[in-house]
Write a protein that binds this ligand. Structure first.
Ligand code: ARG
Length: 589
């Protein structure tokens, strides 16, 4: 369906053109004086300059032409030259009826040129538990992915595991100290390695920090870890078998954690998957004259004349020939282009890596790893802070494990739910999980991604205000009204959404009518917070309407059915919005 605001703009544009003015002046916006009108057009003020006459002459004339338009209840010219527009309630009801007919998408059309988009998000490091630092990438990335899919694109999420580099060598060395007799360390061994991993996830999670701490004190230990990393990267069989075990154990644990967040990835590729592409890529960069030696290291210049800040060269290989984070990201672009030829790659990463990605993107472009038209986008997010304004920590001052954060909020929601009334234990647990997830996700997504924000558990879990639980509560209320209605009677066959009878109903309808524009815009701007703001406005408008309207006591059968249809539409809108944000409402709460 065409967007409501576009339909209105079209009508006004035609009136401008019919009056002999340029159609560009007919652009309509939402009113910034909702007390006076619903939409407005300020084009006459600008047109007056071009046509050298008083603005109100133009607005009067255009308003005159709009008098017959069935779309408007009021189209008036106001001095000095505004057009104040109010929609005809019947027209608006008709628009919502059409939305309702498209149950799947509620009139939000798919884009007409679908793209292949890869989203690089998550970015956890294997053998380390997920911590709160990973939360934002997961939540924001997942919602951008879902939005993109809803808009009709083919979107592929890649977790891009941190599974390469010194951390692997550290684990190997520590394991060797603890279990020196394992087959993996026998250099001459040629046979098969056991299928069973030589450690559990709990051991693995303990081994890594222990090794990391040791390496900071013990130079020889660190040397050994570096050597092990080198050997792993150069094909030592036993170490590669260990890497496979580390990945297996770690990935199944990560999957479980991400599942709890309702986050999933199409691809579970890691930094290690990029390694085979490095040698050829480097050779080509050299052969094409882009990469050169600078103080022993191989670099590609990426600064541009228009830079206002210094953008250092992109380092491709260290002086000892070792590859770096950059090298891996560039080689990852190589396989992504080869396997998927994406039109766009979006990176959802901490905004502190912005300069780094500027270097990587420029280098990829300059050296021809991507096509000139391939878009490389960086969606940098800010830090999740605690109430003290500093990065979120546990009470003891450590980094909070994501699992504990989630289960803590689950427990809190469970308490809240069971405090008020008696519910079946299992159902309460399930409900608590859904509500907790909405609290976490909405709390995060309702902030502009690039900004730092305060993770305020108390506020996020509140059933009132701009929170996930408030949205859920509103949806649950709608579900229960629908159930009650359906239990008492059945919807008349010719029921339909009728023109609004009150201001609160009209306001609700106007909000509902914005749905398709909101989703389209939120994806184009990669701005899930705009979906949140919309949901909040819509939920508020509904609650307003609900308090002023006696739905269940409405004597007129058709009017009552109309209310129910409207309610059903608004519920469906909120559900679609929740779905693109990656959470859902329970049946009861
Ligand atoms: N593993 C990285 C980290 O912990 C994040 C990865 C971000 N994605 C990327 N393609 N570099 O910082």
């Amino acid at each position: 369906m065409e967007k409501l605001i576009d339909l209105i703009s079209k009508e006004v544009t035609e009136a401008f053109v019919a009056g002999g003015y340029d159609g560009k002046y007919g652009q309509v916006t939402l009113s910034n004086r909702p007390d006076l009108c619903e939409y407005q057009c300020n084009g006459a003020l600008a047109a007056a300059k071009e046509y050298k006459c008083a603005p109100f002459q133009i607005s009067d004339q255009v308003a005159g032409r709009l008098q017959g338009a069935p779309m408007f209840a009021v189209a008036e010219s106001v001095k000095p030259g505004f057009l104040n527009l109010t929609l005809d309630p019947d027209y608006l009801a008709g628009y919502l009826r059409e939305m309702g007919q498209d149950e799947e998408r509620l009139g939000c059309v798919k884009c007409n040129s679908p793209k292949t988009i890869m989203i690089d998000y998550g970015g956890p490091n294997v053998a380390k538990p997920l911590h709160v630092g990973h939360l934002r990438s997961a939540i924001i990335g997942e919602s951008i992915k879902r939005l993109g899919k809803f808009m009709g694109h083919s979107v592929i999420g890649d977790v891009h595991l941190g599974d390469w580099g010194l951390q692997m060598g550290l684990i190997i060395i520590e394991l060797k100290e603890r279990k020196p007799d394992l087959l993996y360390f026998e250099e001459t061994y040629q046979g098969e390695y056991p299928k069973e991993p030589p450690f559990t996830i709990a051991e693995l999670e303990e081994i890594y920090p222990a090794a990391s701490a040791k390496s900071k004190e013990d130079e020889a230990y660190k040397e050994a870890a570096m050597q092990a990393t080198y050997e792993l990267q150069h094909g030592r069989r036993g170490y590669q078998a260990l890497l496979a075990h580390i990945l297996d154990v770690s990935v199944s644990d990560l999957k479980r954690n991400y599942e709890d967040l309702n986050v999933s990835f199409e691809l579970w590729k890691g930094e290690s998957d990029a390694q085979p592409y490095i040698p050829d890529m480097v050779e080509k960069m050299k052969a094409d004259g882009f990469a050169y030696l600078s103080e022993g290291a191989l670099v590609v210049d990426v600064k541009e004349d228009t830079d206002t800040k210094e953008v250092p060269p992109c380092m491709i290989l260290k002086s000892d020939g070792a590859s770096l984070y950059n090298t891996t990201d560039l080689a990852t672009i190589v396989w992504r282009m080869k396997d998927f030829a994406p039109d766009e790659i979006i990176y959802v990463v901490d905004k502190r890596q912005e300069l780094y990605f500027t270097q990587v993107f420029r280098c990829a472009r300059k050296t021809g790893l991507v096509k000139p038209e391939t878009k490389l986008k960086f969606l940098g997010f800010g830090t999740m802070n605690g109430k003290d304004g500093k990065p979120f920590k546990t009470r003891e001052g450590g980094v909070m494990r994501l699992e504990y954060l989630v289960s803590g909020i689950n427990d809190e929601m469970y308490k809240k739910i069971t405090d008020n009334h008696t519910v079946d234990e299992d159902e309460a647990r399930e409900t608590a999980k859904l509500v907790a997830l909405s609290a976490i996700k909405y709390g995060d997504l309702s902030n502009q991604a690039s900004k730092d924000y305060v993770f305020d558990i108390e506020r996020f879990t509140s059933f009132e205000g701009n929170t996930g639980p408030y949205i859920l509560y509103t949806v649950v209320r709608m579900k229960s009204i629908l159930k009650k209605y359906m239990a008492e009677r059945s919807m008349p066959g010719h029921a339909r959404i009728l023109p609004a009878r009150s201001a609160s109903e009209k306001a609700l309808m106007l909000e509902a009518g914005k749905f398709n524009g909101i989703l389209e815009n939120a994806f184009a701007e990669m701005a899930p917070h705009k979906v949140c703001a919309y949901m909040y406005g819509l939920a508020d408008a509904f609650n307003h309407f609900y308090h002023e309207t006696k739905i269940m006591a409405e004597p007129d059968e058709m009017q009552q059915a109309s209310y129910i249809k409207l309610l059903g539409l608004v519920k469906r809108i909120l559900e679609l919005c929740m779905d693109v944000l990656g959470f859902e409402a329970p049946e009861r709460m």
